[in-house]
Ligand binder design. Structure first.
Ligand code: PEP
Ligand code: MG
Length: 587
C-alpha cells in the first residue's frame, strides 16, 4: 500500500445486507447533477415547461428499457422497484408542482424540479416510520434521473473494470443494484441510504454484502484502496493492516461456512427430534423480497403486509391495481400459500389520501381494522381484490388489530358481501378461503376462546401484543429496556392464545418479530405454535435449532419458564438451559 494512503481506518455505517466482502475499491460517480437557479424570460417559459416534460418522458423511456433488461437478466419479480419509480414519474403532483414553479417563479426547469423535490423531502422528513421516511429516497432517485436527462449526463456502468471490486458511491439507486453482476461486484458502500431503502432491501434479496449511510465515504476513499465491509455490523475497514485483514478473512470464511451449512437445511423438513412438524414461513412487504424467501426455504408467506401499496401516493390503489399486485406476489410464491393481511394503517403508519385526522394517541386510535370498517369504500375493494387473487394461487386472508367478536363479525359480513357481489358478477374466487385474525390486543387474548369460534386461524403479532400488554411504545427508544418479550404476562398471553386455538381445533401461528429470534424458538415450540412466520434470513437459523429440539423437552422448559415472576428470571433460566442443551446450535 502506498504511503499516502490511509491505513486501517474504521468507518461505521449501517449494515444493509449481511456478508463480508474484501476487495479493491472502485469509485463510481453517482454524484448529483449540480443545479443552479436561473431566471427564464417570460416568452421562453413554455419552452422551459416543454424541456421538463421531454426530460420526464425520456426518463420514463429509460426506465422502461431498463425494465426489459432486468426482466431478461433477473426475471420479473424484481421489476416492482422500477414500477415504483415509474409511478413517481407519473405522479401528477410532481408535474403540477414543477410546472407551477417554472410558470409562477419564472425559473429554469432544473431548479423547479429540485424545489419540488425539497417539498416532497420536507414531507417525508416528518414521517416517523423508517421505511416510509426512506421512500423520500425513491423520489430523489427519480428526480436525479430527470435532471440527468435534462443536462445530458449519463452514468458509467457499474460492472465495468478489471476483476472483482467493491463499489463505492454517493448513492446507488435500486436500478443500479439490480444491474450488479456478482462476478464483477462483490459488495457496495454508499454515503447515503438506510436499512429499509429499496436499494438495501434489494441488496439483501440478491445477497450482495452492503453498508450504507456512511455519510462521507466517497471523500475518504480513493480508487485502488482495499476495503473490508461487514454488511451485518455496518463496519468498513479502509486499507486494513495485516492483522485486521487476517481477522476478517477468518470471519468471512466462518460466515460463509455457516451460511453454506444453513443452506443445506433449505429443503429439509422443519421437524423436531420427536417428530413434530412446524411450518416456517416468511414475512414480506415487497415482491422483490420473495426470491430471498425462496432461497431460504420458506414454506409460504405467513404475513404479506399490504400497506406498502397504499403509501406514497395521492390516490389510493383501486381494486384492479391491488389485484395485479397481489397476483404478482402469489405467482412469485407459487405453489406455496400466501397469507394476505388487510390494510394496517393509521397510528404511526400514515396514508395521505385516507384523510386521517391528527390523533392525540395514535397507537390507540383509528388504526388498522377500525379504519377499514369505518371506510368500507376503501376496504371493500381490498376484500374484492384479495378474493379475486385467491383464484390465482393458494391464499388466506387475515385482519389486523381485532379487539373483539363484534368487530370480526362486521368484517365477515363485509367479506360475505364482497363474495356475493363476485358470485353475481360471475368472478371466480376460492370459496374455501381461510379467514384469520391477528392477535395483538390484550382483549383478544382474554377472549381468545370466543374469537376462535369465528375464524380458521390465529396469528399473533407480538410486536403489537407486547406493546399493548406492557403499555410500552414499540418505537420509543427510551423504553426499549422495558419491551420484554419474555415478560410473564406475555408468556401467559401466548399460552392462552395457543390453548384457545387448539381447543377450538384451529391453527396458532405467530408472525411478530419474536418468531424470527432463534433463542425464543424453544419457548414458542413448547407453547405449541403450529406455524412461525419471519424475515427471510432468520428462517434457516430457526430451522436449524428446531431440528435439534424435542417438543416434549420444550414443553417441560416452558412449564418451568411460566413459573418465574420476572422477565429477567425467565431469561436467565432460558439462557442456562439453552447453553446446557443447545449451545452449539446458536453459532
Ligand atoms: C405485529 O404487530 O407483531 C405485526 C406482525 O404487525 P406489524 O409489525 O405490521 O404491526
Ligand atoms: Mg401489528
Amino acid at each position: 500500500m502506498g504511503s499516502a494512503k490511509i491505513s486501517n481506518r474504521l468507518l461505521q455505517g449501517i449494515g444493509a445486507s449481511p456478508g463480508i466482502a474484501i476487495g479493491q475499491v472502485r469509485i463510481t460517480d453517482r454524484s448529483r447533477v449540480m443545479v443552479f437557479e436561473e431566471q427564464v424570460k417570460r416568452e421562453l417559459i413554455p419552452a422551459e415547461v416543454a424541456r421538463f416534460r421531454n426530460a420526464l418522458a425520456k426518463a420514463k423511456d429509460e426506465l422502461r428499457t431498463l425494465q426489459e433488461q432486468i426482466a431478461a437478466q433477473r426475471g420479473a419479480e424484481h421489476l416492482y422497484v422500477i414500477d415504483t419509480h415509474l409511478l413517481i414519474l407519473e405522479d401528477s403532483m410532481l408535474t403540477r408542482e414543477t410546472v407551477g414553479f417554472i410558470e409562477t417563479e419564472g425559473i429554469n426547469a432544473e431548479a423547479a424540479v429540485t424545489k419540488t423535490l425539497r417539498k416532497f423531502q420536507q414531507f417525508f422528513a416528518t414521517i416517523e416510520d423508517d421505511y416510509l421516511r426512506e421512500r423520500g429516497g425513491d423520489v430523489e432517485t427519480v428526480v436525479e434521473r430527470i435532471l440527468r436527462s435534462m443536462v445530458g449526463k449519463s452514468q458509467e456502468p457499474l460492472n465495468d473494470g478489471e476483476g472483482q471490486a467493491i463499489i463505492v458511491a454517493h448513492d446507488l439507486s435500486p436500478a443500479d443494484v439490480l444491474q450488479i453482476d456478482k462476478k464483477k461486484v462483490i459488495g457496495f458502500v454508499t454515503d447515503l441510504g438506510g436499512k429499509t431503502s429499496h436499494s438495501a432491501i434489494l441488496s439483501r434479496a440478491l445477497d450482495i454484502p452492503a453498508v450504507v449511510g456512511l455519510e462521507r465515504v466517497t471523500s475518504e476513499i480513493t480508487d485502488g484502496d482495499v476495503l473490508i465491509i461487514d454488511g451485518a455490523t455496518g463496519m468498513v475497514v479502509v486499507n486494513p493492516d495485516p492483522g485486521t485483514f487476517r481477522d476478517y478473512l477468518r470471519r468471512k470464511q466462518r460466515y460463509e461456512y455457516l451460511e453454506r451449512e444453513l443452506l443445506k437445511l433449505k429443503d429439509l423438513p422443519a421437524v423436531t427430534t420427536d417428530g413434530h412438524r412446524i411450518v416456517l414461513k416468511g414475512n414480506v412487504e415487497f415482491l422483490e423480497e420473495i426470491s430471498s424467501l425462496k432461497s431460504h426455504g420458506a414454506e409460504g408467506i405467513g404475513l404479506y403486509r399490504t400497506e406498502m401499496l397504499f403509501f406514497n401516493r395521492e390516490q389510493l390503489p383501486g381494486e384492479e391495481e391491488q389485484f395485479v399486485a397481489y397476483s404478482a406476489v402469489i405467482k412469485a410464491m407459487a405453489p406455496q400459500p400466501v397469507t394476505i393481511r388487510t390494510l394496517d394503517v393509521g397510528g404511526d403508519k400514515f396514508v395521505a389520501d385516507l384523510n386521517l385526522a391528527d390523533e392525540l394517541n395514535p397507537a390507540l386510535g383509528l388504526r388498522a381494522i377500525r379504519l377499514s370498517l369505518r371506510q368500507p369504500e376503501t376496504f371493500k375493494p381490498q376484500l374484492r381484490a384479495i378474493l379475486r387473487a385467491s383464484d390465482v394461487g393458494k391464499v388466506n386472508i387475515f385482519f389486523p388489530m381485532i379487539s373483539g367478536v363484534a368487530e370480526i363479525r362486521a368484517v365477515k359480513a363485509l367479506l360475505e358481501e364482497a363474495k356475493q357481489e363476485l358470485r353475481q358478477e360471475g368472478v371466480r374466487f376460492d370459496e374455501g378461503i381461510k379467514i384469520g385474525i391477528m392477535i395483538e390486543i390484550p382483549s383478544a387474548v382474554i377472549i381468545a376462546d370466543l374469537l376462535a369460534r369465528e375464524v380458521d386461524f390465529f396469528s399473533v403479532g407480538t410486536n403489537d401484543l407486547i406493546q399493548y400488554s406492557l403499555a410500552i411504545d414499540r418505537t420509543n427508544e427510551h423504553l426499549s429496556h422495558l419491551y420484554e418479550p419474555l415478560h410473564p404476562a406475555v408468556l401467559r398471553s401466548l399460552k392462552m392464545v395457543v390453548d384457545a386455538a387448539h381447543a377450538a381445533g384451529i391453527e396458532a401461528c405467530i408472525c411478530g418479530e419474536m418468531a424470527g429470534e432463534a433463542e425464543y424458538l424453544p419457548v414458542l415450540l413448547g407453547l405449541g405454535f403450529d406455524e412461525l412466520s419471519m424475515n427471510a434470513v432468520s428462517i434457516l437459523r430457526v430451522k436449524k435449532i428446531l431440528r435439534r429440539c424435542s417438543r416434549h423437552e420444550a414443553e417441560k422448559l416452558v412449564a418451568r419458564a411460566l413459573t418465574f415472576p420476572t422477565a429477567q428470571e425467565v431469561e436467565s433460566f432460558l439462557k442456562s438451559e439453552i447453553s446446557a442443551r443447545y449451545s452449539e446450535s446458536f453459532d
